[in-house]
Design a protein around this ligand. Structure first.
Ligand code: FES
Length: 103
């Protein structure tokens, strides 16, 4: 199991998910991190799911072209990722601390 910590609106939400889980897919079927993770398209097109990775970034693949397009170099440099584009295989701590980039 993979431990996930989500910071959102000053609260901390913790849960465990199966190895190789997509957090937006899970939230879409109303499992943790539902209802605390904001998302919309699930396809890397809206950036609503953007989160800054606080811990565990070393286990993530490099940002894909959708993340680069939606987030831009500056946000990527700051540690932001599109959670819908990530399948987590190691413990991760993230914060959804910004308004949707493209609301
Ligand atoms: S949910 Fe739209 S980019 Fe992730």
């Amino acid at each position: 199991m993979v431990k996930v910590v989500l910071h959102k609106n000053g609260e901390v939400h913790e849960g465990e998910v199966k190895d190789n889980s997509n957090l937006v897919v899970r939230a879409g079927i109303r499992q943790f991190p539902y209802p605390n993770l904001s998302f919309r398209c699930g396809m890397g097109k809206c950036a609503t799911c953007a989160c800054r990775v606080l811990d565990g970034q070393e286990h993530l693949p490099a940002p894909n072209w959708k993340e680069k397009k939606q987030l831009g170099a500056e946000r990527i440099e700051e540690g932001y990722r599109l959670v819908c584009q990530l399948w987590v295989t190691h413990d991760i701590e993230i914060t959804q601390d910004i308004d949707p980039i493209n609301p």
